[in-house]
Design a protein around this ligand. Structure first.
Ligand code: PTT
Length: 608
């Protein structure tokens, strides 16, 4: 089996046992790897309705057949589990040397099961796998633990850790690596914490088997050459994702005051130009030619800022100061929690206080109050005082204190940094994203604002699906960074060629698309099973975008329309082969080789 190493490593923390298992060739062909392999494992192996924070949940770190190879940015892996934030499928895609080393150690995936008796870490060095004591690291921040473990195991040891947020089961805790990398927005860090697992250390020295090594190497060099000679490459290297602040302001989609507005007066103070001016360092994921990690000074040290972090911790809270926003970002990174959800929780709280919910919250806070935001962020990580409630995420908080109309989430996952008052297709992308409201699967907004911006057309639904197939299917299954294609216009044609040279499998765009559809249908089935039923209300964007129009800027008065949105959702379901309630039909499941899933779904919904 070229391309794949052909082995999955399972570590049972309860029994302190590790076993390497063969990867079924048919599963590899149908699901490829990454998110595909993760959902296949979670669907097949989790007891339905399992408590995400119980030992019975499984945490999957899955690579794909391109992971760890030279070429256009294959230094990432997918971390997935049943989410403690949404109770549905959760994953994230993190850049880390652990992805590369896992493959070189001879594994396509690591599946962590059970719960360790005391704080532990997993040490992997090729065939040697141990569960070691981490008592002395428990309580340390994510960056400090990585440094300590590298001191012990050497600089060639790749490390994934959690911070105090993961230990304290903050529902949007993430896993952290290489300081600037955070993955698994829907609480993958909390799942790790619930297993008493502080870190994973990976060393690997083997070679990844390739079907045609010479051909692969030639293609990899040519693809990178194409990407790095793109006209947009030098600007990208100067500002990375942070220039999106200026773009979002111009397009009136910059989340401002808890997604109430699409423009922020002080946007330029936290934008790409400001980042470029103060930049101290540029870092990247392993094997990357695009280095998106721009580091800037913050109050207590330097930090990597990305667009989402800037927008959610700046304009969304009314804070227009790069070093303050950087500090909030630094707290999130060291504590190990997601900046997007954190920015939503703090924005929600500021709006709640403004609307008179202060008494219910037990405190008052105003827009732009940086000191309060900082304190609350730390309280969340340690679940101190009101932080204990805020650590549950905006859906839960709003169910407790009220104000569901301004809780900005879909299915429990807080919305990432694009306001959709005037972007129906982007709202659809959030609403149908397989992990809850995240932009990664279909960042349709850059296309949408250039077209019939306010329309609810079939073309828009089709565009969302096209992007979901590529971004949420291809890239999440063979596992590589999508930025070479999205940001420097490297052609998509390289990927089937690289895939064939690596695996020997004659891949076409249609093959990747079909795998993407299979993954989507199975993830949807997982949500239905874990939620014990389904209806189209679950695929609705936040109420605020319908009910509270923008009050200023060039798009003043803009808002989403219920009827229009429902039409868009109907188009989407029809094009996907799902019924009016968003349930994949029998025919669709059977076409995708998922006939066995229909039988299970019948227990929860009507399957047409
Ligand atoms: C990703 C999400 C994003 S998406 C950002 S900024 W982005 C936020 N970054 C955070 C951070 O930093 N610290 C923190 N404590 N929380 C954070 N939460 C947010 O997490 C990231 C890059 C980026 S930067 C993006 S778009 C692309 N995402 C890819 C993806 O999803 N798939 C893929 N195949 N390729 C991608 N390439 C790009 O990678 P999640 P990362 Mg990420 C400091 O993890 O869970 O997917 O959430 O992991 O290694 O940091 O890569 O403008």
């Amino acid at each position: 089996m070229a391309g794949w190493t052909g082995r999955i490593l399972r570590v049972d923390l309860t029994r302190k046992k590790a076993v390497a298992q063969e990867l079924d060739a048919a599963v590899a062909k149908s699901f490829i790897g990454g998110r595909g392999l993760a959902i296949k494992i979670l669907w097949d192996e989790l007891p339905p309705g399992v408590d995400p924070l119980s030992p019975h949940n499984k945490l999957v770190f899955a690579t794909g057949p391109l992971t760890g190879l030279p070429g256009p940015n294959f230094g990432k892996l997918v971390v997935a589990a049943k989410s403690p934030l949404t109770r549905g499928y959760g994953d994230g895609n993190i850049g880390t040397w652990a992805a590369v080393n896992l493959r070189k150690a001879g594994y396509d995936a690591l599946v962590v099961e059970g719960k360790a008796e005391k704080p532990s870490y997993i040490y992997i060095e090729n065939d040697k796998v141990e569960v070691l004591d981490a008592t002395e690291y428990w309580g340390l921040n994510a960056w400090a633990v990585e440094e300590k473990l590298q001191k012990i195991h050497g600089r060639d040891a790749a490390v994934i850790t959690i911070g105090p947020a993961g230990e304290n089961l903050v529902r949007f805790a993430t896993v952290i690596s290489q300081k600037g990398r955070s993955g698994g927005r829907p609480g993958m860090g909390a799942v790790m914490g619930s297993k008493n697992l502080k870190a994973i250390v990976v060393k690997g020295r083997g070679e990844i088997p390739l079907a045609d090594k010479a051909a692969y190497q030639k293609l990899a060099v040519e693809a990178v050459r194409e990407g790095s000679s793109s006209p947009s490459y030098s600007f990208w290297m100067r500002q990375g994702t942070t220039s999106t602040v200026e773009w979002a302001q111009e397009a009136s989609v910059l989340p401002t005051y808890n997604f109430s507005e699409g423009q922020f007066d002080e946007f330029s103070k936290v934008g790409g130009a400001m980042v470029e001016k103060f930049e101290t360092d540029l870092k990247s994921c392993p094997l990357c030619f695009m280095a998106c990690g721009h580091w800037v000074p913050a109050e207590s040290g330097t930090v990597e800022v990305d667009y989402e972090n800037l927008a959610m911790l700046g304009p969304n809270l009314g804070i227009g100061d790069l070093s303050k926003v950087g500090e909030l970002n630094r707290i999130a990174d060291t504590m190990g929690m997601d900046t997007i959800s954190l920015g939503n929780v703090l924005g929600y709280v500021m709006e709640a206080a403004e609307r008179g919910y202060g008494e219910k919250l037990g405190f008052e806070v105003e827009w732009g109050d940086y000191e309060a935001a900082k304190q609350l962020a730390l309280d969340i990580a340690y679940r101190r005082g009101v932080g204990d409630l805020l650590a549950e995420g905006v859906k839960h908080i709003s169910e407790r204190i009220g104000g569901q109309d301004f809780a900005i989430h879909v299915k429990g996952l807080e919305v990432s940094a694009y306001d959709c008052h005037a972007a129906p297709a982007m709202a659809l992308a959030y609403a149908t994203s397989p992990i809850g409201a995240h932009h990664k699967d279909a960042w349709v907004i850059s296309w949408e604002v250039k077209t019939d911006r306010f329309g609810y057309t079939r073309e828009k639904a089709a565009k969302v699906i096209e992007l979901q197939r590529i971004r949420g299917g291809w890239f999440e299954a063979f596992v590589g960074c999508r930025f070479p294609w999205v940001e420097v216009s490297m052609s998509l044609d390289w990927y089937p060629k690289l895939f064939k040279a690596a695996t020997g499998v004659d891949a076409s765009p249609e093959y990747f698309n079909e795998v993407g559809d299979r993954i989507y249908a199975l993830i949807r089935a997982f949500w239905i099973r874990e939620h014990g039923g389904w209806n189209r209300e679950k695929d609705m964007p936040p109420a605020k975008w319908f009910k509270n129009p923008l009050t200023r800027g060039p798009l003043k008065g803009a808002h989403l329309d219920y009827q229009g949105y429902n039409q868009l959702l109907d188009y989407y379901y029809e094009l996907r082969g799902w019924d009016k309630n968003g349930v994949p039909t029998r025919e669709t499941l059977s076409k995708l080789g998922l006939g066995y899933v229909a039988k299970e779904l019948e227990k929860y919904v009507e399957v047409h």
